[in-house]
Design a protein around this ligand. Structure first.
Ligand code: ASP
Length: 352
């Protein structure tokens, strides 16, 4: 009898053990792309002069064992670069990998990424991921070797967010410095501070405190499953470049050279509410007329709307709404996969 009791106990343990080992935990995939979060330098006090994109995804995961209590973690190294060198090829690979993982049994994705171009990758994915499961980008401002490195806590919060059912349907997000930001609105605003990411036009969606996400706002614009953009099977994206407008502007030859080099669209980081210097405007009007170049006007101020009216509208200039120049570039690239009609492109900018 006693033997039967102990045998039953052992059988019960064997059956129940997988539940305790995480069968009930959500599955989160970490896709590593490099950046300062994977950065390393000799000195613990150095937060400059380090090499970004050195540590592997396995090292990042091992450095924060606490994430194992939040989710069943898997890791994949997509690339290991300084994000200032981000490419369309990596964006397309990320989009296809994420769509593939989320179509299967993965509940959420975390992308470790350099902070320099994180907002661009995040907005691109916000437009082309075809799932309502959480996708979270995370990075660090201090290399992994620094005293008080911000990467480990940021990664912990990002995994908590990606594992949270509450994060479903909120589009692609950035999780940095305890804040949750929508990919559309997030911008890097400071070269050094750990609190560099802000949403200057709309504010944050919420915060992650001790691994618990708290939401107080929703993204207002369509994203992920609600967009018309699908990059499945695409090998390249239309080329779009950015030009500044400034006093005594001498960039007209640069605009012409960019179009000659293959740019289908140009984004102008205009002064104030998207103004362009007359020296530059003439060249742009010629390119719009003779080369069908799409020209989007955004603002170099860092926040606020750009609306195009009157003759500028008649001539086909497109307003970026409140997207910053680097985000307007992403949307123009995607818009150009659908149309080169400035009126239709303007509708796309009004919508997203
Ligand atoms: N240059 C780095 C990068 O973007 C900066 C960072 O990650 O904070 O990869």
């Amino acid at each position: 009898m006693k033997k039967f009791f102990y045998l039953s106990l052992a059988a019960l343990f064997l059956l129940a053990a997988p539940l305790c080992w995480g069968k009930d935990l959500p599955k989160v995939a970490i896709l590593a792309t490099g950046g300062t979060i994977a950065g390393s330098v000799e000195s613990g006090v150095a937060t400059t002069g380090y090499t970004a994109g050195v540590l592997t995804v396995e090292t990042l995961i091992k450095a924060v064992p606490e994430i194992q209590s939040l989710a069943v973690i898997s890791g994949r190294q997509v690339c290991n670069i300084d994000s200032s060198n981000m490419t369309d090829d990596i964006w397309l690979e990320l989009a296809s990998t994420i769509n593939d993982l989320l179509a299967r049994d993965i509940d959420g994705v975390v992308i470790t990424h350099g902070t320099d171009t994180m907002e661009e990758t995040a907005y691109f994915l916000n437009m082309v991921v075809k799932s309502d499961k959480p996708v979270v980008l995370v990075g660090a401002m201090r290399p992994a070797t620094a005293i008080s490195a911000d990467g480990p806590k940021n990664l912990y919060n990002a995994v908590a967010l990606a594992a949270s059912p509450e994060a479903k349907g909120k589009g692609v997000m950035i999780s940095m410095d305890d804040a949750i930001l929508s990919a559309r609105d997030a911008a890097k605003t400071n070269t050094m501070k750990t609190s560099t990411f802000k949403a200057p036009n709309s504010g944050s969606l919420g915060a992650v405190i001790d691994g618990v996400p708290y939401f107080y706002a929703l993204p207002a614009k369509p994203h992920t499953t609600a967009t018309e953009f699908d990059v499945k099977g695409m090998k390249t994206l239309p080329k779009v470049d950015i030009l500044y407008s400034y006093s005594n502007d001498g960039s007209a030859p640069a605009a012409e050279a960019l179009v000659k080099a293959g740019a289908k669209g140009l984004v102008i980081a205009g002064s104030g509410a998207g103004s362009v210097h007359r020296n530059q405007k003439e060249a742009l009007l010629n390119l719009m007329k003779n080369n069908k170049t799409a020209v989007v006007r955004s603002s170099r101020t860092g926040s606020g709307l750009v609306l195009i009216e009157g003759d500028d509208k008649k001539n086909g200039f497109i307003g970026a709404d409140n997207l910053n120049p680097q985000k307007a570039r992403v949307l123009l690239m995607l818009a150009l996969t659908k149309t080169d009609d400035p009126k239709k492109i303007q509708e796309i900018f009004n919508k997203y």
